[in-house]
Design a protein around this ligand. Structure first.
Ligand code: MSP
Length: 659
């Protein structure tokens, strides 16, 4: 029997659980349920990350000790998950004694392998990030994340020889295209590896400065760096090195957001390699939930409480919305208007309507008994093929973490079922007294509805159960959870007439339409007006660009003098004391990276450009800007006051010619 192991990040306990944490944990829950529905034995690990400076300071702020502080916030996470329909197998805390013991074992193993050394180190330490910054990484002397002045600390510390494993990691990622997915994050990690800026990892903190951590087994004056400790939860949580769960479930898959790509994409695989352990199967990376295009933050007062939303709109509607609305890997905007709109169109109109139409007709025409199937018409065959195709798509898309597309493809079936009802017009068959065909039509609809309800179980477990119940069926839940290992939902493809027993009920719509509250309507209208005004301004600008800036024609020979190339951004940082300038290192397929200075700092965040492809004028004569030699120019597209970076629609080899 194959197995599936999924993890979420273990969350810091210095913030209360919010929409972002809920999203990752709900997605992991649906992945786990999806694999259970394929007959796999599953294990789902989540928990809290409780060591480090930040925690000590947060505890101090409210006048308590670190242990009481972490106990109380960790409890909030642990008690929230069941309310969101999440079933995890273990909730790990980095203060759990078994985890602490295993971290020490792991450290000792890496130390014994000769991959940990002692050295002197000076760096700018930001407590917000719990990490050291080099001079180059600071922006005007400040931490680029928190815009606070880091403390310069010179001290002796232990280092993990990460650099030793970087060439191996690069090759591994190149040879395993979906190891880190979606592809854009794989490219980002590759760009970090190609940038040549990664060094060995400082993995200790002297106890004189911080004692809230796990003691190093080979030097009791030091505690372990919080990230090194935290990442090990992924194996300590399944009882590494010799527990049954570890041998059954490792290697597994991780799910994280883009903020913690580097520790998961680089630190963790090299740590595993050094300890002689197999590395994980997949790192699944998702984007950020934004609130009206901005980050959620306590100070903006826009933090979304998932328990409130689940309570207000129903848990399953909330889960459905999260998976359907965010294309996996990209950012998405959360708003209650969007949730209500999705609820009304997908759940009330398409799905709810389908069930209430079919089941009320079945109640009316057959007294709710399950009608027998009949001869298959051409239209029936088309529908059956579509149902099989939707299920096939469901398995392949959901299995490759494309949840929104998977749901969209399932909804194609739901909508096709509604259209089939309109075409077959059971009410006319009834009037004509054609009971055999009437029964066959309703029966086929119900067979397809059963398949849909079964597929939906990972995303909307309660709804799936209720829909099946309305069809007089039961959910093979105990089987889906692996106690009957031979059950595999994929065996339903191409198989019909499985509904042999049970009495369909007359149904009520599970998703009655929601009214949009007046204040949300007004907010949506205001947003629409702003978008319209912006669009008009852009159109106007475009006209201006075309009329005012058209230049005289050049000959083809002149055009050919330009060497235009596609480049991959290896690194990008702000030029100190220059508001507008960014310094790029760009791979143009040459032996050395190009250094290019570009005046676009007010339009882009440097960290968002790393890994992206840009178009470059490669043979522009070098120019010196603020003392830095710039060897080319990055092309931008102007749109009024904003800029975007033109790039090929899919990745091409660095240095590809533009012609
Ligand atoms: N403790 C570390 C993780 C250690 S894992 C070995 C940490 N904790 S965190 O509390 O900051 O959690 C970060 C994670 O929370 C993100 O990777 C993501 O899973 C989730 N999210 C937090 N805010 C989010 C959004 N706004 N949107 C989507 N998910 C986000 O980093």
């Amino acid at each position: 029997m194959s197995s599936f192991f999924i993890t979420t990040p273990i969350y810091y306990v210095n913030a209360r659980p919010h929409l972002g944490h809920a999203y990752s944990t709900i997605v992991a829950d649906t992945m786990r349920r999806f694999h259970a529905s394929l007959g796999e034995e599953t294990f789902f690990l989540t928990g809290t990350d409780e060591h480090g400076d930040k925690i000590v300071r947060s505890a101090e702020k409210i006048g308590t000790d670190p242990q009481s502080f972490v106990d109380s916030v960790s409890r909030e996470f642990r008690t929230l998950w069941p309310k969101l329909g999440i079933r995890h197998d273990r909730f790990i805390r980095t203060t759990d004694p078994d985890h602490m013991e295993k971290v020490q074992r792991f450290l000792q193993k890496v130390y014994d392998n000769g991959d940990i050394y002692f050295g002197e180190f000076g760096g700018h330490y930001c407590t917000g990030c719990e990490r050291f910054y080099t001079e180059k990484e600071l922006e005007n002397g400040l931490c680029p994340q928190h815009l606070t002045k880091p403390e310069f600390i010179q001290e002796k510390n232990y280092f993990f020889r990460m650099s030793k494993y970087l060439p191996w990691l690069k090759e591994y990622i190149e040879q395993h295209p979906d190891f880190i997915r979606p592809e854009r994050y794989r490219n980002e990690v590759l760009a970090m590896l190609e940038g040549g800026v990664l060094e060995d990892l400082c993995i200790s903190r002297p106890k004189s400065r911080l004692s809230w951590g796990i003691e190093l087994p080979f030097d009791t004056d030091y505690v372990c760096y919080v990230w090194f400790d935290a990442l090990i939860n992924y194996i300590s949580g399944i009882d590494w090195p010799d527990g049954d769960a570890f041998s059954k479930f490792w290697p597994g898959e991780h799910l994280v957001a883009k903020d913690i790509l580097k520790p998961h994409g680089i630190f963790w695989p090299t740590m595993l390699k050094s300890a002689g352990l197999p590395i994980y199967d997949h790192l699944n990376v998702h984007g950020y939930w934004l609130i009206r295009e901005t980050k959620m933050s306590k100070s903006l007062g826009n933090v979304v409480d998932p328990a409130v939303i689940a309570e207000r709109y129903g848990l399953d509607a909330f889960r459905y919305f999260l998976l359907r609305e965010m294309p996996f890997g990209s950012d998405a905007s959360f708003s209650e208007e969007a949730l209500i709109n999705r609820f009304n169109s997908d759940l009330a109109n398409d799905l709810g309507n389908l069930f209430s139409r079919v089941l009320s007709m079945n109640a009316k025409y057959f007294g709710s008994a399950l009608p027998p199937s009949g001869p298959v018409s051409e239209d029936d065959r088309t529908l059956m093929d579509l149902a099989d195709e939707s299920m096939r798509n469901w398995f392949s898309l959901f299995g490759s973490v494309q949840f929104a597309k998977a749901l969209d493809s399932l909804w194609e079936l739901v909508r096709a079922l509604n259209r089939y009802i309109d075409r077959q017009a059971p009410w006319t068959l009834y009037k004509q007294g054609d009971n055999a065909r009437l029964g066959a039509v309703l029966r086929l609809l119900m067979e397809c509805m059963r398949k849909t309800a079964l597929c939906l179980w990972p995303v909307m477990p309660e709804t799936s159960e209720k829909l099946l119940h309305q069809l007089g069926q039961t959910l093979p839940e105990s089987e889906l959870f692996g106690t009957a290992p031979n059950y595999d939902l994929r065996t339903e493809i191409g198989v019909w007439n499985r509904m042999t027993e049970g009495t369909p009920a007359a149904s009520s719509n599970l998703f009655p339409r929601l009214e949009m509250p007046e204040e949300l309507k007004q907010a949506a209208e205001a947003e629409k007006q702003t978008a319209k005004a912006e669009k008009q301004a852009r159109k106007q600008n475009r006209k201006n660009v075309i009329t005012e800036e058209t230049k005289p024609a050049v000959t083809f020979a002149d055009f050919e003098k330009l060497d235009l190339r596609v480049g991959t951004v290896l690194s990008c940082e702000r030029v100190p004391k220059a508001d507008k300038l960014l310094l790029f290192k760009i791979d143009l397929g040459e032996t050395e990276a190009r250094q290019i200075v570009s005046g676009i700092a007010q339009h882009f965040k440097p960290e968002e450009l790393v890994g992206r492809q840009v178009c470059v004028v490669a043979n522009l004569a070098p120019r010196t800007i603020r003392g830095i030699v710039s060897q080319g120019m990055i092309l931008t597209a102007e749109n009024g006051d904003s800029l975007s970076l033109p790039a090929p629609t899919s990745m091409v080899p660095a240095g590809s010619k533009l012609c």
